[in-house]
Design a protein around this ligand. Sequence first.
Ligand SMILES: Nc1nc2c(ncn2[C@@H]2O[C@H](COP(=O)(O)OP(=O)(O)O)[C@@H](O)[C@H]2O)c(=O)[nH]1
Ligand SMILES: [Mg+2]
Length: 346
Amino acid sequence: MGRAMRGSIQARLLLPGALIAAFSLYLVSPLVFCQKPSLSLRSRSPVSRAAVKSPWDEVAVSFRSLDDAKATLADPELFSTWGARANEMLDLADTLHGSMFDLSSARQVATDLGPIHIYLVGESGAGKSTLTLALGDGLVSEVPVKISAAQAATMNNTFVPLPCGLVLVDTPGYRIPMGLTDEDEKKTLPERMMLRYMYSRQLARWQHNLRQLGRLVKETDPSKRPASAVMYVHRAGTRMVPDRLKEALSVPIKGSVPTFLVISDINAVDDRDIAEIRQVVSEVVEDVGSSPCGHRVQVLEVNSASKQVQDVNFRASGLAELVAGLLNALRPRDVLQFVRRGGLLR
Ligand SMILES: Nc1nc2c(ncn2[C@@H]2O[C@H](COP(=O)(O)OP(=O)(O)O)[C@@H](O)[C@H]2O)c(=O)[nH]1
Ligand SMILES: [Mg+2]
């Protein structure tokens, strides 16, 4: 299948030169209008939206199975046409705005084809490492992540480069800061003081993590491993704090980076809970809204590892859709992420 899928991906990338040129013209406008250039196709004017299409949007990638998706991720040539298109866009940007922007980092990414870092973030125990393992298994000789049922097993970022050029980044995860509950307020003064102190520590850590993520989505130096996409993982069956979720998802969205909310371990909850999760999530996604350049949070439901609940065996699910969603979100114009202001705009 790898060959067939690769063929289909490449086929939809090969647009006529005129279309590329028109598209590229459209692409250059974010260099001027967006603080960080847009990677999305949502255009400012209905005219250009009708006139241009992304090569990656011509036919959306979909996979019949996880094996199909993995065969594609195993293909070292997967991003070669991505690189060619990206370089064409940079040629045009150079012709039109060369004096205003520094394109050297973007050129490096387009020519070396990445690496394209996909950051998995979220609470400790959310399922980031399980997901990393599920995606990397069979593609790299050993996925160097640890799975933990109880606590943060990952102390540092773990980088898992896939043969196609994507790099999965499994992050340590954090605790979601929660203020004192009504019950806590009934506790003794020393207990309340201790709880408040712990809360302030958690809050400071949380804010530090979000600032760090903010830097990664705005980074223009490829050597600093900028985030090309962010997957926020939340484990079904654990409490969801909508305000914190909004805060976290807003960071990559504001940075115009493709952003996913992955609900893991989806079979841990029943249909009623799933309906409730979907309701909360859709409100959060609505509140987060679109990036300055048009991205919206994409929601995915997965079971990253098979599991037995009572007598029922739930197989891993949703992973092929996740890979397809990710590939569809990564576009040649993503390379504009690495364009720096230079020359006249420095
Ligand atoms: N079956 C199943 N278990 C999951 C899933 N996601 C997380 N888990 C379990 O949740 C626990 C914590 O997962 P882990 O990946 O270590 O979380 P992390 O701290 O976010 O890296 C482990 O026991 C996993 O087996 C999932 O999608 N399916
Ligand atoms: Mg982990």
